[in-house]
Design a protein around this ligand. Structure first.
Ligand code: NDP
Length: 453
C-alpha cells in the first residue's frame, strides 16, 4: 500500500488537467484533481468555446447582408444579447456537466478549492491536506492588465463574455489573438469598435502579409484600428468612459476591454515553499518531460507559457501520463502546430512565416494567391481571400502555409497533416483540387512570387 493518499494529484481541472487525470485513472492509478472554479478551465468556460459561440452569433449580420445578393429580401434583425449570453451559459453548464462526468466515471476524485503546495508531496485544499506520489500543476493562465491610471474600469475577455448589455461603443486595447477576435465579435453584433494597438500593426508574430490583409478586411468591416497608439489614462464619466491617448487625443466609449496578454496563474500556489522554480516571466520551468525543479512535481499547459493552446495542453497531459505511468515515452512534437484566429474573416496558419523562413533558410520560394471568393461575386461583399505557401527550394518541402478567408481553420487542419508528413510542393501540385472551393487554391499555385529580397 502506497504511503500517499493518491498516486497523482492534479491542481487545476482545465483541458490539460482533466485529460491527464482521466488518462492516469484509466491506467488504474488513484487520482484526484482540485479546482477552485467549475471544472472545464479557460477553454471551456472563458475562452475557446464561449468565444467561438459568440463568433458564430456575430457572423449572422454579414450573412443577412450577403443574402440579399442571392435574392433574399432584407433582414431587419437585431441581436438579443442577454438571450445569447443566457443560451451560451446554458451550453457551458452542459459542458461542465460532461467534464464532471468524465472525471467521476473514470474514478477521478474532484476536490473543490484552490490547491496550495505544502511540500513536494503535499497539497492543501480548503484547509485539508492531501498527499500524492506525483503532482501535476495545470492551473493555466489569466489576463494581465498594464498599470494605467483608471485600469480598474477596463474589462478583460473574462467579463466581455458575460456583459449584461451589448455596448454601443467599445474600445479594445491590444493587437493579439484575443483583441482581434473580440473586435470581430462586437463589430458583427453592431457595436462601434475601436482597436488600439501600440505596435504599427495587429498580430505580431504572424506572417506580415496576413497581418496586412486582415487589418484591411477588419477596417472594411468598420473596425477603427489605431496603430502606434497608447493609452494614457481612463476616466469614468456619468454615462461613459473617456480614454486619453498618448498624444492627448480623447475617445469616448461605453466599454473598454484590455487584451494585452495572459500570464501563468501561479499566485498562491506555494511554489516557493515546495521549491518549484519559475522563469523571469513567471512561468513554471519544466524539462522535456514536464518535470519541474522538484522531482515529484510536474507542470503542463499555459502555466509553463510555452505554446498556449488547448490542443497542446491536451497533448502534454497525455505525453506526461504515458511518461509517468505508461510504457511510452514519446515527447510532444511542437513543430508545425496548425492554429487559427477566429477573426472575421478568420485566419489559419501552420509552419513558418516568411520572415522566419528567410531567417532559417536564407533562400525560399513564396507562392501567394489573392481572390474574391465565389460567394461574393453575388453577395457583392468587397472581401478578399488570401493564401500563401512558403517552400524550402532545396528539399521542395512546404514549410509554411497561411490563409485568411472563410473556413481557414477547417482548411488549415488538413494542410497541417500534409506538412506533418513532410509534403513537398510537387506533392501539393500533384494533388487534384476539390472544385469549386477556396481550398483548391492550395494545390494550384504555380507562379513563384518574384524574389524581391
Ligand atoms: P497576445 O500575447 O497574443 O497579444 C497581446 C497583445 O497586447 C499584443 O498586441 C501586445 O502588443 C499587446 N500588449 C501587451 N502589453 C501591452 C501594454 N502594456 N499596452 C498595450 N498593449 C500591450 O495575447 P492575447 O491576450 O491576445 O492572447 C493570449 C494567448 O491566448 C495567445 O498567446 C494565444 O496563445 C492564446 N489564444 C489563442 C487563441 C486561438 O488559438 N484562436 C484565441 C485566444 C487566445 P505587442 O505586439 O506590441 O507586444
Amino acid at each position: 500500500m502506497s504511503q500517499y493518499d493518491y498516486d497523482l494529484l492534479t491542481i487545476g481541472a482545465g483541458s490539460g488537467g482533466v485529460r491527464a487525470s482521466r488518462m492516469a485513472a484509466q491506467k488504474g492509478k488513484r487520482v484526484a484533481v482540485c479546482e477552485e472554479d467549475r471544472v472545464g478551465g479557460t477553454c471551456v468556460l472563458r475562452g475557446c468555446v464561449p468565444k467561438k459561440l459568440l463568433v458564430y452569433a456575430s457572423e449572422y449580420s454579414s450573412a443577412f447582408e450577403d443574402s440579399q445578393g442571392f435574392g433574399w429580401s432584407a433582414v431587419n434583425s437585431k441581436i438579443d444579447w442577454p438571450q445569447l449570453i443566457d443560451t451560451k451559459n446554458r451550453e457551458l453548464t452542459r459542458l461542465n456537466g460532461i467534464y464532471n462526468n468524465i472525471l467521476s466515471s473514470n474514478g477521478v476524485e474532484t476536490i473543490e478549492g484552490r490547491g496550495t503546495l505544502i511540500d513536494e508531496h503535499t497539497v492543501e485544499v480548503a484547509g485539508k491536506r492531501y498527499t500524492a506520489e506525483k503532482i501535476i500543476i495545470a492551473v493555466g493562465g489569466w489576463p494581465t492588465l498594464p498599470d494605467v491610471p483608471g485600469i480598474e474600469h477596463a474589462i478583460t475577455s473574462n467579463e466581455a463574455l458575460d456583459l449584461p448589455e451589448l455596448p454601443r461603443r467599445i474600445v479594445i486595447v491590444g493587437g493579439g489573438y484575443i483583441a482581434v477576435e473580440f473586435a470581430g465579435i462586437f463589430a458583427g453584433m453592431g457595436s462601434e469598435v475601436t482597436e488600439i494597438i501600440r505596435a504599427d500593426r495587429i498580430l505580431r508574430g504572424f506572417d506580415d502579409d496576413l497581418r496586412s490583409e486582415l487589418e484591411r478586411e477588419m477596417t472594411k468591416r468598420g473596425i477603427n484600428i489605431m496603430g502606434s497608439t497608447t493609452v494614457q489614462c481612463i476616466t469614468k464619466k456619468d454615462n461613459h468612459y473617456e480614454i486619453v491617448l498618448g498624444d492627448g487625443e480623447t475617445i469616448e466609449t461605453d466599454a473598454i476591454m484590455y487584451a494585452t496578454g495572459r500570464k501563468p496563474k501561479i499566485n498562491g500556489l506555494g511554489l516557493e515553499q515546495a521549491g518549484v522554480e519559475i522563469s523571469d516571466k513567471g512561468a513554471i520551468k519544466v524539462d522535456d518531460n514536464y518535470k519541474t525543479s522538484v522531482d515529484s512535481i510536474y507542470a503542463i499547459g499555459d502555466v509553463t507559457d510555452r505554446v498556449c493552446l488547448t490542443p497542446v495542453a491536451l497533448a502534454e497531459g497525455m505525453a506526461l501520463v504515458e511518461h509517468l505511468f505508461g510504457a511510452d515515452n514519446k515527447a510532444v512534437d511542437y513543430d508545425n502546430i496548425a492554429s487559427a484566429v477566429f477573426s472575421q474573416p478568420p485566419l489559419g496558419v501552420v509552419g513558418l512565416t516568411e520572415a522566419q523562413a528567410r531567417e532559417r533558410y536564407g533562400k525560399i520560394d513564396v507562392y501567394t494567391s489573392g481572390f474574391k471568393a465565389m460567394k461574393h461575386t453575388l453577395s457583392g461583399r468587397d472581401e478578399r481571400t488570401f493564401m500563401k505557401l512558403i517552400v524550402e527550394p532545396e528539399s521542395d518541402k512546404v514549410i509554411g502555409a497561411h490563409m485568411m478567408g472563410p473556413d481557414a481553420a477547417e482548411i488549415m487542419q488538413g494542410i497541417g497533416i500534409a506538412m506533418k508528413c513532410g509534403a513537398t510542393k510537387a506533392q501539393f501540385d500533384a494533388t487534384i483540387g476539390i472544385h469549386p472551393s477556396a481550398a483548391e487554391e492550395f494545390v494550384t499555385m504555380r507562379e513563384k512570387r518574384p524574389d524581391t529580397e
